[in-house]
Structure formats: structure tokens, C-alpha cells
Design a protein around this ligand. Structure first.
Ligand SMILES: Cc1cc2nc3c(=O)[nH]c(=O)nc-3n(C[C@H](O)[C@H](O)[C@H](O)COP(=O)(O)OP(=O)(O)OC[C@H]3O[C@@H](n4cnc5c(N)ncnc54)[C@H](O)[C@@H]3O)c2cc1C
Ligand code: SF4
Length: 479
């Protein structure tokens, strides 16, 4: 057994420290400080180098975690970086925002034995940040560019990961996106305090310098149909994410100052990027001085409450129909929100929005939890005669997302979807029912995680390569 490892008995688990609550509420910067080299080495050395690494098994990308931890502990940081990036296109993003408690770290064997997990996410971030600093991360250089081209619809993590993998293979790649900046939810959904924008912009700049074309402000369906794109490219990847906000069907839903989560978060992110946002500037989408209620218990809801705190809301409440133990969001983000002064109103469900013209209060039903439902979480049942009300002047609805109607939007009625509205793909190849049209990320899974989008993007790239090789052979035969 390597001498530098297995130190979990002597060395306690340590994450990079968090900024003080008072200071982090004053800006939108990330809240975790960086590991210094000595700390990353020390924390890596706690790994027990298991024969069957459950962390790796539970990482959607199958990252070779024990090996890059060992290399870090030995100070071999270039090799650690090379190994880490060989399975992940954005390790510094995943290191920051993966819900590690549910994935790699939650399955670390020394965590199970009560010693506290190896802080895998923070070390992954450290390895790649160090690589950026040292100038080890360089644009892709193509010796012989292939003639075939791929059009990717959507510049979120799925589209970006696929683009990088396909470019490495020498293909021409164009990414079309309806937003003005690439990055998808990494730019306009996830707030800076979890993931600062420079981290994403640095990646997209690198991809541009690698010869990938970005065509922004281009909406497939509006600017060109899917069919038109298919004629331009040898293969297409659809990676458009899911954006249709789930509604809450209760009286008063149409009152003013009730907003979907993405409208609120996008406005805040755009302001952070220095854009003019008239609905923010006139106060409509700004939580400052308001009693804010966010409805929902997922990661998006946590991002909304913490954004409202930073916008200087008078008070911020999170209304959730289950209890803390049954929340879908990451435990780490709930803890951060609590520290920042968010009040959680558990076991509560909105019944009616009341107000003259604009929202003034919410009538709320108390909930008791029943037996587990199909999701495994306990079913919320309304308690009779339990109503109470909450005063508010801004409500943000964060109840999840569904796919948009892509066949209609893309003017491509033959494109098949599932009963959930996600794109139907061949399980092995990720190809849709249209030949040469593949799909990846949230648009095939439903709202999911960045790490899964990256995994899908990489897998789709492998399938697209196989498809294009076959296509080239058959075209040569015909010629
Ligand atoms: C607020 C919020 C917080 C989150 N926090 C986390 C987190 O902490 N950790 C985590 O792992 N995951 C988190 N997620 C989930 C994660 O962001 C997504 O799972 C991931 O971004 C999906 O990647 P994607 O590439 O499939 O889609 P997206 O990131 O949604 O990108 C899709 C892109 O397609 C473009 N597009 C859509 N339609 C068209 C069209 N017709 N024409 C052209 N372009 C189009 C969009 O503009 C967008 O840029 C969060 C999600 C939200 C909403
Ligand atoms: S990608 Fe996510 S799950 Fe995999 S090792 Fe990194 S932090 Fe853990």
C-alpha cells in the first residue's frame, strides 16, 4: 500500500473554508475559498485506495478518483490533471457544483466507516484550477481537419462537452444557441455564488480558440428549421435543455409580482454580467426591501432564496410541502441558505394567492407526510383546517421544469418524444428517430445535473463519430 495514502485515521476531513456569512451576503462571489497546495495534498492522502472504489462507481463520469488523489498526494499535479480531464470536460465546474453528498463523496468508504469522506469535489477543483494557473490547459490543435461537420443545438454543458470531444477528433463543429452567450444554465441559471461566470467563459473561450464556431442569438425553429440545419451538417446534436416552468394551479396565480424562478435568476445573472435589464432596473425583478417567498425545495429554489438574500430582501422564506429530510435539493445548499438567514417553512403548501392587483399574502395549508410515493419520498397530504397566511410582496415559483414542445418549436412534427415530452432516443446510440440527429442532456433526461449532461455529451460524441465513419464509407461506395 502506498505510504503517502490512508491517512484518514490521523488527518481529519477538511473542506476549504467558507467566507463569513456577513461578507458573503454582500456580494455574489463564490463562498468557498481555494485549497492551498499543502492542504490539497494532505486531504488527498486521506484516501484509502479501495480495491473497488465506490466513489468512482457513483460518479456519473466514472472519474478515476483514487488515482488522481494519489497523484495529488505525491505532488504529481500535471499527471493528476491529465488523468482528471481525460474523463471530464469541466472538472473545475463539477468540483464546484456537483451534489457530491449524493454522488462520489456520499459513497466514499471512509465516510461510511465514520471518518468523514475525502473531500473529492474540492480536490478536483484544485487540480484543474492549478492547471489553468500553470498554463497546462491549451486549445485543441487539429492536424488534419475532417470534411464532415456537426451542428449542435444548445451551448449548455451537454453541447459543449460533445463539441470538445468531436473537435478533438478533427470534425468541424458549429454550436447554435438562442441566448447571447454560450454556457446554458451555467451562465443564466446557476448564480455566481456557486459558480462564477469567469469559470464558464474561460472554457468557452478555449473552445472558440480550438476552432469551434459559436452562433449565438440563433433559435432553431425561429431562425432556421431543424430540416434546414440537417441539410447544412452531416450530423446534428440536440442539447437544448428543459425550460418550461411547471405551474401552480391555485387562485390568484395571475396577480402581479409572482414570477417563475428562471425569470428571476436570469435577470440577476444578466445584471451580474453587466447587462441592462429593464425589469430589474425598474425594481420589478429586484428583491430589495421585499418580503420574498420562494415556493419549492430543489436546488433552483435554493438559488432563488440565496439570490434574494444578496439583493437585500427584507425577509426570505422558503415554502416547501415536505420536511427537510425529504427535500430533493443538495443538503449542502440547504445548510448554506440556513446560514444566510433564509427561513424554511416546512410541511406547507400554498392554497391561494391574495392581493389587490399584486400579491399581498399567501394562504397556506399545513401538510402531513404519508407513505412513500413512486419517487421514494413520503407523500404530502393536506391537514384539514390547518390554514395560515404569510405576508409577502414577491413570490418566486420554483416547481421544476418540463421540456418545451420541440417537434412544434423546430417545425419538425416527425421528431418523436416520450410521454414526458423529452426526446425519444435509441438507448445505445442516443440517436433520435431521425437519421443523423442525436440528443443529449436534460432534453433526454428531464431536469438533471451538469455532470450527467457532460456524460451524455461525451457519449453522444462517440456515437456521432461511429455514425459519420459509416456515412463516409457508404458515400465513398456510391461515388
Ligand atoms: C437554477 C438552477 C440551478 C442548478 N444548479 C445545479 C447545480 O448546482 N449542480 C448541478 O449539477 N446541476 C444544477 N442544475 C442543473 C443543470 O444546470 C442542468 O442539468 C444542465 O445545465 C443541463 O445541461 P444541458 O446542456 O442539457 O442544458 P442547458 O444547460 O439548459 O443548455 C441548453 C442550451 O440550449 C439552448 N437552446 C434551447 N432551445 C434552443 C433552440 N430552440 N435553439 C437554439 N438554442 C436553444 C439554451 O439557450 C441553452 O443555452 C441547475 C439548474 C438550474 C435551473
Ligand atoms: S464529477 Fe462530480 S461526482 Fe464525479 S468526482 Fe467530480 S464531483 Fe464527484
Amino acid at each position: 500500500m502506498p505510504k503517502k495514502m490512508l491517512k484518514f485515521v490521523d488527518i481529519d476531513k477538511e473542506n476549504p473554508s467558507k467566507r463569513e456569512v456577513v461578507s458573503r451576503k454582500e456580494d455574489f462571489n463564490e463562498i468557498y475559498k481555494e485549497f492551498i497546495n499543502a492542504k490539497a495534498k494532505e486531504q488527498s492522502s486521506r484516501c484509502s485506495q479501495c480495491g473497488v472504489p465506490f466513489c468512482q462507481v457513483h460518479c456519473p463520469l466514472g472519474n478515476n478518483i483514487p488515482d488522481w488523489l494519489k497523484l495529488t498526494a505525491e505532488g504529481r499535479l500535471l499527471e493528476a490533471y491529465e488523468l482528471s480531464q481525460s474523463t471530464n470536460n469541466m472538472p473545475e465546474v463539477c468540483g464546484r457544483i456537483c451534489p457530491q453528498d449524493r454522488l462520489c463523496e456520499g459513497n466514499c468508504v471512509i465516510e461510511q466507516s465514520g471518518h468523514g469522506t475525502v473531500t473529492i469535489g474540492s480536490i478536483e477543483k484544485y487540480i484543474t484550477e492549478n492547471a489553468w494557473e500553470k498554463g497546462w490547459i491549451k486549445p485543441i490543435k487539429i492536424k488534419n481537419e475532417k470534411k464532415q461537420s456537426i451542428g449542435i443545438v444548445g451551448a449548455g454543458p451537454a453541447g459543449l462537452a460533445a463539441a470538445e470531444e468531436l473537435r478533438k477528433l478533427g470534425y468541424k463543429v458549429s454550436i447554435y444557441d438562442r441566448y447571447d452567450r454560450p454556457g446554458g444554465l451555467l451562465i443564466y441559471g446557476i448564480p455566481n455564488f456557486k459558480l462564477e461566470k469567469y469559470v464558464v467563459e474561460r472554457r468557452t473561450k478555449l473552445l472558440r480558440e480550438s476552432g469551434i464556431k459559436f452562433i449565438q442569438n440563433f433559435e432553431v425553429g425561429r431562425d432556421q428549421t431543424l430540416d434546414q440545419l440537417r441539410k447544412k451538417h452531416d450530423a446534428i446534436l440536440i442539447a437544448t435543455g428543459v425550460y418550461k416552468a411547471r405551474q401552480i394551479e391555485i387562485p390568484g396565480n395571475d396577480l402581479k409580482n409572482i414570477f417563475p424562478a428562471m425569470e428571476f435568476l436570469t435577470a440577476s445573472n444578466k445584471k451580474g454580467l453587466g447587462d441592462k435589464v429593464s425589469l430589474f432596473d425598474d425594481g420589478t425583478l429586484n428583491a430589495e426591501g421585499k418580503d420574498v417567498v420562494v415556493i419549492g425545495g430543489g436546488d433552483t429554489a435554493m438559488d432563488c432564496v440565496r439570490t434574494a438574500v444578496r439583493q437585500n430582501a427584507k425577509s426570505v422564506k422558503c415554502l416547501y410541502r415536505r420536511d427537510k429530510a425529504n427535500m430533493p435539493g443538495s443538503a449542502r445548499e440547504v445548510a448554506n441558505a440556513e446560514e444566510e438567514g433564509v427561513e424554511f417553512v416546512w410541511l406547507s403548501s400554498p392554497k391561494e394567492f391574495l392581493g389587490e392587483n399584486k400579491i399581498e399574502k399567501i394562504i397556506v395549508d399545513k401538510i402531513k407526510l404519508g407513505k412513500p410515493d413512486e419517487s421514494g419520498r413520503r407523500k404530502p397530504d393536506i391537514q384539514e383546517n390547518s390554514e395560515f397566511d404569510i405576508k409577502t410582496d414577491m413570490v418566486i415559483k420554483s416547481l421544476g421544469f418540463d421540456p418545451e414542445n420541440l417537434p412544434k418549436l423546430f417545425n419538425s412534427v416527425e421528431l418523436q418524444i416520450t410521454k414526458w415530452g423529452t426526446l425519444k432516443t435509441n438507448f445505445d446510440t442516443m440517436e433520435t428517430n431521425l437519421s443523423g440527429v442525436f440528443a443529449a442532456g436534460d432534453i433526454i433526461r428531464g431536469a438533471s445535473l451538469v455532470v450527467w449532461a457532460i456524460k451524455d455529451g461525451r457519449d453522444a460524441a462517440t456515437s456521432i463519430k461511429k455514425f459519420l465513419e459509416k456515412k463516409e464509407i457508404s458515400e465513398k461506395k456510391v461515388a
